[in-house]
Design a protein around this ligand. Structure first.
Ligand code: SAM
Ligand code: GLN
Length: 295
C-alpha cells in the first residue's frame, strides 16, 4: 500500500523540496502555507503530525508549492500577512508589510500618545502611500481616539486598505484618497504625517530578491535614481500640512537616514529631527518635529 501523506510527512517533504529550490525559510513557508490551507494555527500542525491529508487538500497544497517555487511570496499565496499582531489582507497590488515597518508604527504611536489635542479636537494623522493600510490601520487599532486619512496612487491598493479597515473595525475613523502624495489632502492639517514611501534606488531594483522583484509592485519600491525622490517631495510639501507642534515620521532605506534628516532640516518650519534605530542598531525611521512640538 502506498505511504499515506500525513501532515508530518508532507511538511518534511515540502521543507526539503523548498530548500533544494533555494527558498530562504523552507520550513516556515511550508508550515504557513499548510496552516492556511487547513485553516489552522501552525501549532495545530505539530500536534497532528499523524493526521492524513484528504485528496483535495493534497492537490491544493501541490498548487501552493508550485507557486512558491516560482517565487510567489507566501503572503500573496495565502492572501494575508500579520503586521503588529493584526491580520491584513494583501494582494499583488500592495506591498507585503515588513516587520521593519513596525519600528515606524511604534515610534509614531509613542509620539502621538505624547500629544494632547485641544479640548474637543481629535488626534489626526495621515499615512502617505498606505498600500494595504498596515501603518494607518494598526495605529488606529491601538489609539481609539485617533482619526486618519490615507493616500495611495493605486486604486487597487486603496480597495484592499478599505477592506482591511472594515475587518479591523476602524472604518469609521479613516478616509481613503487615491492620488499623488499630498495632493488629495490640500487644505487639511494633521498632528502627524507618516510614510513608508518607495525608496529603493532604481538601479538596485534588479538586484532585489526574486520574490520581491518579480511579484511586488514596482511602484511601491522605486524611489528614483538615488532612492530619495519621495523624500524630496515630502520634506518640501508635508510641513505645511502639519499643525503647529506636529511631526513627520518616515521609514528610510539603508544609508538614507542622514540625508533624509538633512532634507527635513532645510525646511524653515522644522525645528529638529531624530533618527530611530531598530534593535540591531540599524537606522529605520526619521522623525521631524515642527515648531512648537513638545515631546
Ligand atoms: N505603507 C505600506 C507599508 O508600509 O507596507 C506600503 C508602502 S510601499 C513601500 C509604498 C506605497 O506608496 C505603495 O502602496 C505605492 O502604491 C504608493 N505610492 C507610490 N507612488 C505614490 C504617489 N506618487 N502617491 C501616493 N502613493 C504612492
Ligand atoms: N523594505 C522594502 C524592501 O526592502 C522596500 C520598501 C520601500 O521601498 N519602502 O524590499
Amino acid at each position: 500500500m502506498a505511504e499515506v501523506w500525513t501532515i508530518g510527512r508532507i511538511l518534511k517533504w515540502t521543507e526539503q523540496f523548498f530548500a533544494q529550490k533555494g527558498i530562504e525559510s523552507p520550513r516556515l513557508d511550508a508550515e504557513v502555507l499548510l496552516g492556511h490551507l487547513l485553516k489552522k494555527e501552525r501549532i495545530y500542525l505539530y500536534v497532528h503530525f499523524d493526521e492524513p491529508l484528504e485528496k483535495d487538500e493534497l492537490a491544493a497544497f501541490h498548487k501552493m508549492i508550485k507557486q512558491r517555487v516560482s517565487r510567489v511570496p507566501v503572503a500573496y499565496i495565502t492572501g494575508e500577512k500579520e503586521f503588529m499582531g493584526l491580520p491584513f489582507k494583501v494582494t499583488p497590488a500592495t506591498l507585503v508589510p515588513r516587520p521593519d515597518t513596525e519600528i515606524l508604527v511604534q515610534a509614531a504611536i509613542d509620539a502621538l500618545r505624547n500629544m494632547h489635542p485641544e479640548e474637543g479636537e481629535r488626534l489626526t494623522f495621515a499615512d502617505i502611500g498606505t498600500g494595504s493600510g498596515a501603518i494607518c490601520l494598526s495605529i488606529l487599532h491601538e489609539l481609539p481616539e485617533a482619526r486618519a486619512c490615507t493616500v495611495d496612487i493605486s486604486e487597487e491598493a486603496r480597495a484592499v486598505a478599505e477592506e482591511n479597515a472594515g475587518s479591523l473595525g476602524v472604518q469609521d475613523r479613516v478616509e481613503f484618497f487615491t492620488g499623488d502624495l499630498l495632493a488629495p489632502l490640500a487644505g487639511r492639517t494633521f498632528d502627524a504625517i507618516l510614510s513608508n514611501p518607495p525608496y529603493i534606488p532604481t538601479a538596485d531594483l534588479a538586484g532585489l530578491q526574486e520574490d520581491v522583484q518579480k511579484y511586488e509592485p514596482r511602484s511601491a519600491l522605486d524611489g528614483g535614481t538615488d532612492g530619495l525622490d519621495f523624500y524630496r517631495r515630502l520634506t518640501e510639501e508635508a510641513p505645511a500640512l502639519l499643525k503647529r507642534g506636529g511631526f513627520l515620521a518616515v521609514e528610510v532605506g539603508i544609508h538614507q537616514a542622514e540625508e533624509v534628516s538633512a532634507l527635513f532640516m532645510v525646511h524653515p518650519d522644522i525645528q529638529s529631527t531624530e533618527i530611530v534605530k531598530d534593535l540591531a542598531g540599524i537606522p529605520r525611521v526619521v522623525m521631524a518635529y515642527k515648531e512648537g512640538y513638545c515631546g
